[in-house]
Ligand binder design. Structure first.
Ligand SMILES: Cc1cc2nc3c(=O)[nH]c(=O)nc-3n(C[C@H](O)[C@H](O)[C@H](O)COP(=O)(O)OP(=O)(O)OC[C@H]3O[C@@H](n4cnc5c(N)ncnc54)[C@H](O)[C@@H]3O)c2cc1C
Length: 407
């Protein structure tokens, strides 16, 4: 059994090891001159490679039932067990899995040392120009004008996320077009887990501010979802994990009209908040507006919101400022921003869209071209922040490799 894995990223390396474990002769071709380049950047260089709380509701996909079937074959415990058996010690922090040494490079190196131990051939700077099924169980693959035959092919080419456009293969020979040439459809690929560009010309004024917030996303005024955490204000809009988690929706339907409403004092319910602010207004009668504003929320953000409410920081608090202070107080709990779009692929951590899951069976085998397997982010599966995307790479890579490598 000769298996070709296209792509030496997270899912491709796992697929190659798992196919070799079944006794297959495995070759990986990788378009770059190194393997696992993206793994090195994961988890801010620490690689968050899984999560204790593995559930399909942490994923977006065209078929969550099938996703369940995959995770029932290889779940978070299997991730720990498999990496341990490959030589990696994993630690858990707040439910998130990391290599004990907190070095992403070690995850890549452990995969590579197992690839070497199995005698798997890695062809760097190599990518297929064409893949054709020539016999019921044979694929002819063309690299650089020369052809080679394999019994099984696993596509593990990843997505466009985190890659500069100039570093991508031309769209007529990239992974998605290889799958398309073998009978698959491709759900439009869009950036996910990324920052949001927002309307308005004030962003530079508050750029750099980080604030705890509850952020509610609406689309055409209908509620979409809500996330809590540290929001970062940038030159062009909002970023941070809670924003990343909501970005999928904006990326997937960019023509709709989205807004985010930020509660900048999320710890307090309505009544507590009103009573806190009423007491504050009484206590600061006659003081300057600045005294009331400073000490509520982040000062740069507070000053900007005060100016939105029409307040002058040097005015004395009194009857003439009362309405404006009420408006300021309301804006802290309900700061609405209109969203333009997501950041581009280069600035995203994963992509929505790809090959529909229903075009593969529960072994990641193509239902369009049997003998072809597809795994990782190429499939229409994108997870939340927190190790879910790498978990999907390990799960789908393991399943595809095991099935492709068995006779
Ligand atoms: C900055 C950043 C941080 C992230 N942090 C995390 C995190 O902490 N936790 C988490 O779970 N997820 C994280 N992710 C997401 C995670 O890295 C990906 O979901 C995961 O790597 C996808 O695995 P993959 O094998 O599908 O694709 P990749 O890992 O991207 O691998 C695809 C490989 O295929 C190669 N290739 C592509 N096309 C071809 C071709 N035609 N021929 C040959 N080779 C080809 C590519 O060069 C690449 O090496 C992060 C992503 C980014 C960008």
């Amino acid at each position: 059994m000769e298996v070709l894995v296209v792509g030496a990223g997270a899912s491709g390396m796992m697929a190659a090891i798992s196919a070799a474990g079944m006794g297959a002769y495995v070759t990986i071709c990788e378009k770059e001159d190194i393997a696992g380049r993206k793994i090195l950047r994961t988890g801010n260089g620490k690689c968050n490679l899984g999560n204790r709380e593995l559930r399909t509701d942490y994923y977006h996909s065209s078929d969550n039932e099938l996703l369940d079937a995959y995770f029932s074959k290889f779940d978070e415990e299997d991730t720990i067990r498999t990496f341990r058996s490959m030589g990696l010690i994993i630690k858990e922090s707040g439910g998130l899995f990391y290599p004990f040494c907190e070095q992403a490079s070690v995850v890549r190196d452990v995969l590579l040392s197992n690839i070497e131990a199995y005698g798997i051939k890695v062809l760097y700077d190599t990518y297929p120009e064409k893949i054709v099924k020539v016999k019921p169980d044979r694929f002819e693959v063309t690299f650089d004008g020369r052809t080679r035959e394999y019994d099984r092919v696993i596509l593990a080419c990843g997505s466009y996320a985190g890659i500069d456009k100039k570093d991508r293969l031309p769209s007529d020979i990239d992974g998605y077009s290889l799958a398309y040439s073998l009978g698959h459809t491709v759900i439009p690929v869009k950036p996910a887990l990324t920052a949001l560009n927002c309307k308005g010309d004030f962003w530079k004024e508050i750029s750099g501010v980080r604030a705890e917030a509850l952020i509610k996303l609406t689309c055409d005024d209908s509620y979409i979802g809500c996330e809590y955490g540290e929001v970062q204000f940038t030159d062009t809009g909002i970023s941070g994990i809670p924003v990343f988690q909501l970005s999928h929706y904006v990326g997937a339907n960019p023509d709709r009209s989205y807004s985010a409403v930020l509660d900048l004092m999320p710890g307090l319910d309505e009544d507590e908040y009103i009573s806190l602010m009423q007491n504050r207004m009484l206590a600061f009668q006659g003081h300057k507006v600045r005294d009331f504003v400073i000490g509520t929320i982040n000062s740069k953000l507070g000053e900007y919101i005060a100016s939105l409410a029409g307040l002058n920081m040097d005015d004395a608090i009194g009857d003439s400022t009362e309405d404006k202070i009420i408006e300021f107080v309301g804006l802290i709990k309900c700061f609405k921003v209109d969203i333009k779009n997501t950041k581009d692929f280069t600035h995203s951590q994963c992509c929505s869209g790809g090959i529909p899951l229903r075009e593969t069976d529960d072994n990641c085998q193509s239902v369009k071209t049997p003998g072809l397997y597809i795994c990782g982010e190429m499939l229409d599966v994108d997870g939340a922040c927190g190790g879910y995307n790498l978990q999907w790479a390990w799960t789908s890579g393991y399943i595809a490799g095991r099935a492709a490598g068995s006779y």
